[in-house]
Design a protein around this ligand. Structure first.
Ligand SMILES: C[S@@+](CC[C@H](N)C(=O)[O-])C[C@H]1O[C@@H](n2cnc3c(N)ncnc32)[C@H](O)[C@@H]1O
Length: 226
């Protein structure tokens, strides 16, 4: 699995400059059963969409991350308290062959009755291994609430570990390898460490690289995801 949290090009942060060509590099690295989660704003994806497609990536689904607070970049618009995480997979692989472990929550009530057949209009992603049971576990929703790291972050755009954990569980088998193209503070390495996935992170800024390395070195089991 690849996780990519690239600069969105939305702010005046010195590193927030769009990176050229990373989509093709990522495509050349992915296994035929692997997929890639990309973070971004809608503005970012409107620019990046055709680049991802022409690099050989096909759109699968998106998650909305609902934060507890947000950024009021403009006083004349809604306060932005969400970001997108979009999953892509290689266009040479059918969706059914992509590793996918359905994530569930245990908050369904015994009276919950769910539809077990899929409506015809749901598109080309048809295969599913998930069997629902009345009152049993519920498929995780596509809006994930997670507190942002405001006030305790070591990176300006640090993602919370509990946001990325379900994406790793869904898309990478135990012991599998996650490539983190824009590592920042090492959040993905932290999550991989907790979940028993192997991790390779790339970060161009030497001070963030040092912070991420220190963060991963202090996690138990020490150094497992470094
Ligand atoms: C959105 S932040 C990632 C934050 C990270 N997911 C976290 O939770 O801490 C993007 C990072 O990409 C880094 N970056 C920018 N260009 C890069 C490049 N060409 N290669 C590797 N990292 C790069 C930036 O320095 C920045 O730390």
């Amino acid at each position: 699995m690849i996780f990519a949290d690239p600069p969105y090009g939305d702010t005046s942060l010195p590193w927030d400059v769009l990176v050229d060509g990373w989509e093709r590099v990522a495509r050349s690295c992915i296994a035929s059963t692997g997929s890639m989660w990309v973070c971004g704003s809608l503005r970012f994806f409107m620019r990046a969409g055709h680049l991802l497609e022409s690099a050989g990536w096909r759109y699968a689904q998106e998650i909305v991350w609902e934060k507890h607070n947000g950024s009021g970049f403009h006083a004349d618009r809604f306060k932005r308290v969400h970001e997108l995480l979009v999953q892509f997979y290689p266009d040479s692989s059918p969706w059914a062959s992509i590793y996918n472990q359905v994530q569930t929550t245990s908050d369904a009530t015994a009276r919950t009755v769910r539809r077990k057949t899929r409506p015809a209009h749901t598109g080309h992603i048809a295969a599913s291994s998930y069997v629902s049971e009345d009152g049993g576990p519920r498929i995780m929703r596509s809006v994930i609430y997670a507190r942002s790291c405001h006030g305790r972050a070591i990176h300006e755009t640090q993602k919370p570990v509990d946001l990325v954990e379900p994406l790793i569980l869904t898309s990478c088998p135990p012991g599998g390898l996650v490539g983190d193209f824009f590592a920042g503070s090492g959040t993905i390495g932290d999550a991989c460490n907790m979940l028993g996935r192997r991790y390779i992170g790339a970060e161009v800024d030497s001070s963030y690289f040092a912070k991420a390395t220190d963060r991963l070195a202090t996690l138990l089991p020490f150094g497992a995801a470094a």
